[in-house]
Design a protein around this ligand. Structure first.
Ligand code: 0O2
Ligand code: 0O2
Length: 227
C-alpha cells in the first residue's frame, strides 16, 4: 500500500522553507556588517516522490526506515565564492543550536571517482507541526560556484546516459572537474584582493540617502549576487 505522500512530506517542506530563510539571513547579516559573506546563494528542494521511490528501490531501503535511512528528502544547497568559505559555512552550522549535525562528508578534500566535489552536512532539524514537534533529517550541500557548475552539468548529462557515461565523456568530465578545482585554487590565491575590492565596491554603492541596499533584501536576486 502506498503512503500518504503529501502528508509525509509536509514537515520536509516546512524544514526546507525555514532553512532557506535562516541560511539567507546569515548572508544578509554578513553583508549588513560590511563583511565578506561566505554564503553566495541558497537553494533548496524537497525530493520528488518519484525520486524517493527510485532511491528506495536502488538502495533497498525498508519503507519503515525511510525517515532515518534517506537523509536528503529535505535538501539545501549553499554556494560559496571560495573553497575557504565552505569550511566557514560548516563551522557556522556546527555552532547553531537549531541545527544538530549528525554526519559530515568532505568530498572537497576527498573527491568522488566521478570528480564530484562538495561538502555534505546532514543535520537533525525540528519543525513545529500542528500536532507538535517533529524531528527530521536534512542534507546541506556546500560547494563553490565552480563545483556547482560542474555538478549541474554532470547531473544533466546523466539523463542522457542513465547507466554510465561513455569513457570519453567520463575522462573529459574528470578533466573538467580538475580544471574547475584549479580555478577555485587560483581564486583562493587572490582571495584577499577580491574581497577587498568587493567591500570597497559595496561601500561605494551605499549612500546615506539610499533607503535600501539591494544586498540586504530577503531574497537573493541575481543582480545582488554578483559582487
Ligand atoms: P535542478 O535541475 O537541480 O537545477 P525560492 O524562490 O528560491 O525560495 P524555488 O525557486 O522554488 O524557491 O527553489 P530554489 O530555492 O531555487 O530551489 C530549487 C533548487 O534546489 C533546485 O533547482 C536544485 O538545484 C536545488 N537543490 C538544493 N538542494 C538540493 C539537493 O540536495 N539535491 C538536488 N537535486 N537539488 C537541490 P531546480 O531548478 O529545481 O532543479
Ligand atoms: P539528488 O536529488 O539528485 O541530489 P545518498 O545520499 O544516500 O544518495 P551517499 O553516497 O551516502 O548517497 O551520499 P552522498 O554521496 O554524500 O550524497 C548523494 C548526493 O550527492 C546526490 O544525491 C547528489 O546530489 C550528490 N552527488 C554525489 N555524487 C555526485 C556526482 O558524482 N555527481 C553529481 N552531480 N552529484 C553527486 P542523489 O541521491 O543523487 O539525489
Amino acid at each position: 500500500m502506498d503512503r500518504d505522500w503529501p502528508t509525509f512530506l509536509l514537515p520536509y517542506e516546512q524544514a526546507v522553507n525555514e532553512l532557506k530563510i535562516k541560511l539567507r539571513a546569515l548572508r544578509k547579516e554578513f553583508l549588513e556588517k560590511g563583511e565578506h559573506t561566505p554564503i553566495e546563494f541558497v537553494t533548496g528542494r524537497v525530493k520528488p516522490v518519484a525520486s524517493i521511490k527510485e532511491k528506495m528501490h536502488r538502495r533497498v531501503i525498508d519503507p519503515a526506515l525511510l525517515e532515518e535511512d534517506m537523509q536528503d528528502i529535505a535538501g539545501l544547497r549553499v554556494q560559496c565564492q571560495f573553497v575557504e568559505d565552505i569550511y566557514d559555512v560548516v563551522a557556522l552550522i556546527r555552532e547553531r543550536s537549531d541545527m544538530h549535525v549528525v554526519e559530515e562528508r568532505d568530498y572537497v578534500k576527498n573527491d568522488k571517482p566521478s570528480g564530484y566535489r562538495s561538502y555534505h552536512v546532514v543535520i537533525e532539524y525540528s519543525v513545529q507541526m500542528a500536532e507538535g514537534e517533529k524531528k527530521i533529517l536534512a542534507e546541506i550541500q556546500i560547494r563553490t560556484l565552480a563545483m556547482n557548475f560542474w555538478a549541474t552539468i554532470e547531473h544533466s548529462l546523466s539523463y542522457k546516459y542513465p547507466k554510465a557515461f561513455p569513457e570519453e565523456i567520463n575522462d573529459r568530465l574528470k578533466r573538467a572537474a580538475e580544471a574547475a578545482f584549479m580555478l577555485d585554487k587560483e581564486m583562493s590565491a587572490i582571495r584577499e584582493e577580491i574581497q577587498d575590492a568587493q567591500t570597497m565596491y559595496r561601500r561605494g554603492q551605499q549612500s546615506p540617502d539610499d533607503p535600501e541596499d539591494p544586498d540586504t533584501g530577503d531574497e537573493n536576486t541575481h543582480e545582488d549576487r554578483n559582487i
